[in-house]
Ligand binder design. Structure first.
Ligand code: F0G
Length: 489
């Protein structure tokens, strides 16, 4: 079944519904508190959805990171873990899985994706090689490069930055732009590395085509530029390659992964996403790169046979990575994102298209054009969504950027609220509820205003920053909600 060409099960009736290819045998109670209480909670937590306690959240759509539902095989594997500081059998099982999955020899464990980024940036970013070129940056990746005095340039095409599109691979590099950026940086010798991010997160979980990866790799090989692949969102990207790239439809998923890996010098990933577990890792076919990166693992992460992970996490990750080769596993997030996207579109809510992986991305710039970018429209919309639904999304816009060195705002290319769809967690009716409440909010969008900082951390400010509304728009929004939904739910 796993490598069949049927990438989704369709309904004879013609209805376009995502079908769960699993059943729930353990569940967690969730709580829906009324709108008035939600206003109190939001005020206490500085209008930052990262700071909301889960007990006050109905649907936690902040992220898929570490919160995808694990399979019974993953839980079973956790009971068989071999606990040891050095030489654990669990580590060797994970190493073998990585070697077979990517077809590369060397593997280094790390406690999560950003730990890999720390090791990679520390190793390669220097005053002689300050520049990193990527299709699009990710928050933690960029922060690690900046911390080492480097800079991040983006080679994504202008079309990739359009929120409304029918381009199937908006994460692709623009090769001409890439070449121009290499020259602007002073030539290949100044480049620490080029990076391709699978399922490009900050532009709406948009995939990169295999054809484009081949071209970028050929350019890098010709010019002696190290190419690094962030495979954190590989599962979604793999589904889109298989379903949107004609030549890939009949190719086994395992072959596609190995071909992608063969185009790269180094691969790293967040095991909180890839493999639906926790942890992370770096792998490479190249012994010299392995040796350069290796020394930092015992320093920052732990001994080479655990790298900051518990053995249970490593067992779950190994099984989860093997399960990435099941099309009916990796289809689940994209199909449920599509279903949510269609529900929202039917209510005229502006969302990023084509629907990507990871989550459905609401376009705050079009939802609330009255809120200027320096009042963080995506964060304001995320707070408004929580007020009217109890759904926790994540700001992915100007608030997630760092200020320019002169203190001015670095305005983001996109102002998005991400409604993450962790794998196998939410039912279709829960997603319909989220769309229903966001549809209501869209009808009352003129009530939504902006936010300003009360407390702004210097690094990765979106995690811990506290904000307050400009004026009393949140009170007025809740009053309107209660007028139309007197139960407050
Ligand atoms: N790379 C990408 C593309 C990511 O999406 C993430 C994390 C990381 C690296 C860092 O990995 O969290 O294990 O340290 N993304 C999470 C998210 C946080 O919510 O999208 P990590």
């Amino acid at each position: 079944m796993s490598d069949c060409t049927y990438t989704r099960v369709t309904f004879f009736s013609g209805e376009n519904l995502p079908l769960e290819m699993h059943k729930a045998r353990m569940v967690q109670r969730v709580h829906l508190i009324p709108a008035k209480e939600r206003l109190g909670v939001l005020t206490r937590t500085g209008n930052n959805t990262f700071l909301l306690p889960n007990r006050d959240v109905f649907l936690d759509m902040l992220t898929d990171s570490g919160v995808n539902a694990m399979s019974e095989a993953q839980y079973a594997a956790m009971l068989m873990a071999d606990d040891s500081y050095a030489g654990s059998e669990t580590f060797y099982r994970l190493e073998k899985t990585i070697q077979e999955f990517f077809g590369v020899e060397y593997f280094l464990p790390a406690h999560q994706g950003r730990a890999c980024e720390n090791i990679i940036a520390s190793t390669y970013v220097s005053p002689e090689t300050p520049t990193v070129i990527t299709n699009y940056h990710f928050t933690t990746t960029k922060a690690h490069v900046l911390l080492r005095g480097g800079r991040v340039l983006e080679a994504i095409s202008d079309a990739g930055l359009k929120t409304v599109s029918d381009l199937p691979f908006k994460g692709d590099y623009d090769l001409a732009k890439f070449d121009a950026l290499v020259n602007e940086a002073g030539g290949p010798s100044k480049i620490a590395f080029a990076r391709i991010e699978a399922g490009t997160n900050l532009i709406g979980g948009q995939p990169v085509s295999l054809a484009n990866m081949r071209e970028v790799s050929a350019y890098c090989r010709k010019n002696g530029i190290r190419l690094i692949y962030d495979a954190s969102l590989l599962a979604d990207n793999l589904f889109f390659i298989k379903t949107r790239e004609k030549e890939c439809l009949n190719r086994p998923l395992g072959d596609l992964v190995k071909e992608i890996a063969s185009l790269m010098d180094i691969i790293y990933f967040s095991g909180r996403k890839l493999g639906c577990a926790r942890g992370g890792g770096i792998c490479t076919p190249k012994r010299d790169e392995y040796l350069r990166l290796r020394d930092l693992v015992p320093l920052y992460e732990g001994f080479l046979t655990y790298g900051g992970m518990s053995v249970r996490e490593m067992e779950a990750m190994a099984v989860g990575i093997r399960e990435t080769l099941d099309i009916h596993n990796i289809s689940q997030t994209p199909l449920f994102v599509e279903a949510l996207g269609q529900e929202l579109t039917a209510k005229d809510v502006p969302v990023v298209t084509p629907f990507g992986g990871l989550g459905c991305h609401v376009d705050a710039s079009r939802f609330i054009p009255q809120v200027p970018q320096d009042q963080y429209p995506a964060a304001a919309l995320a707070s408004a969504i929580y007020l009217v639904s109890g759904v926790r999304g994540m700001e992915r816009g100007t608030l997630s950027e760092s200020r320019n060195p002169d203190g001015s705002e670095h305005l983001s290319n996109m102002e998005l609220v991400r409604l993450a769809v962790p794998k196998r967690v939410f039912s279709h009716s829960q997603l319909k509820y989220a769309a229903d409440r966001i549809g209501w909010l869209y009808r009352h969008r003129d009530l939504v205003g902006g936010l300003v900082f009360e407390d702004e951390p210097k690094t990765l400010r979106f995690f811990l920053g506290r904000l307050k509304p400009v004026g009393d728009w949140q009170e007025r929004l809740v009053a309107k909600f209660l007028e139309e939904m007197p139960s407050g739910l």
